[in-house]
Structure formats: structure tokens, C-alpha cells
Design a protein around this ligand. Structure first.
Ligand code: SIN
Ligand code: FE2
Length: 199
């Protein structure tokens, strides 16, 4: 997709049902919620987390937290399968030392979107982002280091994985409003799992 950015088509094929079963367990412990941005807007994407650290946003800002603010308990553990697949995708794209400690879980209903942004709440930008797509297809805009850099649209489908790091680690990216559709596995929505090393 760009320098050190890769789209692995169908990488999750064969593991999709197991991933979704594990997700059901996680999201009954730490439920999906619409978080509030520091500017006071409710995000259209519903989110939760698994792993040692979870990404959260509220009026105080964006950050990683070891506790789910809704339950004050730790986030559910990251399933071994999630970690294995994320590490395998990273290894295959030239990041052999990636070990995620955070897995955000994004759920897009039709109409939900994620505006162009950089992932920069992590401590070590030498670690890549590994991002799984399940369910309905979406258009992923991938730009450059500048908010105004031209973007290229990429179609992300069920089972695809995107890895970006190194030169493109801080590239702007976003998801266009999700189109209606039907998908049997997670239901009529899109699930995205971005794996990151937060600390
Ligand atoms: C993100 O930027 O965290 C999400 C990207 C996606 O939904 O594919
Ligand atoms: Fe992002």
C-alpha cells in the first residue's frame, strides 16, 4: 500500500469463526460502548478492548488504560489465537519483534465511520499496527504523514489484514461511512481489531 504498509488479502481465512466466537466472550465481559472524544462528540464506532491495555477516550483525552472504565476491572485477556495471528502477520511483513499488548475492538454499524487520524498514543513507533477486518466490507483511506497528503482508497473485506509500520507508521488513515449489507458471521456490521504495542 505504501512503504512498509501491506494489505494481506484473506489472511484470516479459516480462523474467522474462531475469532468471532472468542469476540462474543470478550464483549459479554467488556461491552461495546460509544466513547466520547475530548471535544465532546460521541463516536459512531462502538468500541471495547482486550489485552493488558485498552484504548479509551473521554473528555480528559485519548490514552491507554489497564482498566475498563465501565467495570473498573481489567480488560478481558487477549486470546492466544488473536496474538498468534497478529504476530504472524507482522512477521510476514518484516516486523519479527512485534508483540501486541493492546487490541482495540471496533464495531461499525451501517453509517459509522472513522475520520482521518494518526495512531500516535503508543510509546514506541518502531512497533507496527496490525489490523484485522471481519464482516461487512469497508473503504479504508490510507494517506501520508500530512493530514492533507493524498489518500488512496483500499477495500477491506472479511478476513483481510493490514499491517503498517516503519516509514508509514504515522500515516493518516480513516474509514468511510459503512454501507449497508448482510454478512452471516458477525451479523450486519464490520468488526475491526487493531493490535498495537501501547507500552
Ligand atoms: C483504526 O484506525 O483504528 C481503525 C481502522 C479500521 O477500522 O480498519
Ligand atoms: Fe487508527
Amino acid at each position: 500500500m505504501a512503504e512498509q504498509a501491506f494489505l494481506l488479502k484473506g489472511f484470516l481465512q479459516g480462523n474467522d469463526a474462531a475469532l468471532i466466537t472468542a469476540l462474543k466472550d470478550i464483549t459479554t465481559q467488556s461491552v461495546f460502548r460509544h466513547m466520547i472524544t475530548p471535544g465532546g462528540y460521541e463516536m459512531s464506532v462502538a468500541m471495547t478492548n482486550c489485552g493488558a491495555r485498552g484504548w479509551v477516550t473521554d473528555r480528559r483525552g485519548y490514552r491507554y488504560d489497564a482498566l475498563d472504565p465501565l467495570s473498573n476491572a481489567s480488560w478481558p485477556a487477549m486470546p492466544a489465537l488473536f496474538k498468534q495471528l497478529a504476530e504472524a502477520a507482522a512477521r510476514q511483513t518484516g516486523f519479527p519483534h512485534f508483540t501486541p499488548d493492546a487490541c482495540l475492538i471496533n464495531r461499525y454499524a451501517p453509517g459509522a465511520k472513522l475520520s482521518l487520524h494518526q495512531d500516535r498514543d503508543e510509546q514506541d513507533f518502531s512497533q507496527p499496527i496490525v489490523s484485522f477486518s471481519l464482516g461487512l466490507p469497508a473503504t479504508f483511506d490510507f494517506g501520508g504523514l500530512d493530514r492533507k497528503s493524498p489518500v488512496t482508497p483500499w477495500l477491506l473485506e472479511h478476513g483481510d489484514v493490514v499491517v503498517w509500520g516503519g516509514e508509514s507508521r504515522l500515516f493518516y488513515h480513516g474509514i468511510r461511512p459503512l454501507k449497508k449489507g448482510s454478512h452471516s458471521l458477525p451479523g450486519n456490521c464490520r468488526i475491526n481489531l487493531p493490535f498495537r504495542r501501547a507500552y
